[in-house]
Design a protein around this ligand. Structure first.
Ligand code: 5GP
Ligand code: MG
Length: 181
C-alpha cells in the first residue's frame, strides 16, 4: 500500500511565507504590483502570502492546462483561463505552486510579457531545481524540495488533498498504484 509522509509542516510553511512576503514588500515598495496567482495549486499559498505583504497589491488569476491527473509532466501547456486585467506597463508577480521542469512558468512568463507587462517576476511556493529542463528565472522561492510528488497546502493529486494544511509526499507502492489511505 502507498502512504503519505509529511515533508513541510504548517508552522515551517508559515515562517517561510512571512520571510518572503517581507522581501517582496521591500522590493516593490512604492510600486504598483499586480499579483497573478496560477490556479489551482497556488491558491492557499497566495492567500497566505498576500495577507503578509505590507504593500498594497491588486490580484488576478490565470490557469493553464498541463499536468492533468497524472504524476508526470505532459509537456504540452495551453491557456485555460486568461487574466482579466490589463497588465500593459505594469509590474507583475506570478505566484506559482511548483516550478518543476520549468515548462509551465516559461509559458506563463512569455505570455505575460507578450501582453506588454513592464516586468514579470516569479514567486514559487516550491522549487524543484534538480528537475529543471527549461531555464527560468525564479526570484522568490518559499521552499526547496529535491524530489517526490507533493500534495497538500493547495497541491493535488487528481484534485484531492488540496485542503491539507501541511505539504506531504505521496509514496506509491511497488505496483505503481497510489493508495494514500
Ligand atoms: P513544470 O511545467 O515546471 O514541469 O510543472 C509545473 C507544474 O507541475 C506545477 O504547476 C504543478 O501543477 C505540477 N507539479 C510538479 N510537481 C508536482 C508535485 O510534486 N505535486 C503536484 N501536486 N503537482 C506538481
Ligand atoms: Mg500548477
Amino acid at each position: 500500500m502507498g502512504s503519505r509522509v509529511l515533508r513541510v509542516s504548517e508552522s515551517e510553511i508559515a515562517e517561510r511565507v512571512s520571510e518572503i512576503a517581507k522581501t517582496i514588500s521591500l522590493d516593490y515598495r512604492g510600486r504598483e504590483l499586480i499579483v497573478v496567482g496560477v490556479l489551482k495549486g497556488a491558491f492557499v499559498f497566495l492567500a497566505d502570502l498576500v495577507r503578509k505583504l505590507t504593500i498594497p497589491v491588486v490580484l488576478d488569476f490565470i490557469q493553464v492546462a498541463s499536468y492533468g491527473a497524472s504524476m508526470t509532466s505532459s509537456g504540452t501547456i495551453s491557456l485555460k483561463l486568461p487574466i482579466s486585467m490589463d497588465v500593459k506597463g505594469k509590474d507583475v508577480l506570478l505566484v506559482e505552486d511548483i516550478v518543476d521542469t520549468g515548462g509551465t512558468i516559461r509559458f506563463l512568463l512569455d505570455h505575460i510579457l507578450s501582453l506588454g507587462a513592464a516586468s514579470v517576476a516569479v514567486c514559487a511556493m516550491i522549487d524543484k531545481p534538480e528537475r529543471r529542463k527549461v531555464e527560468v528565472p525564479v526570484r522568490y522561492v518559499c521552499l526547496r524540495v529535491p524530489e517526490g510528488f507533493l500534495v497538500g497546502y493547495g497541491l493535488d493529486h487528481a484534485e484531492r488533498y488540496r485542503e491539507l494544511p501541511g505539504i506531504y509526499e505521496l509514496i506509491t507502492d511497488a505496483s505503481g498504484e497510489n493508495h494514500p489511505e
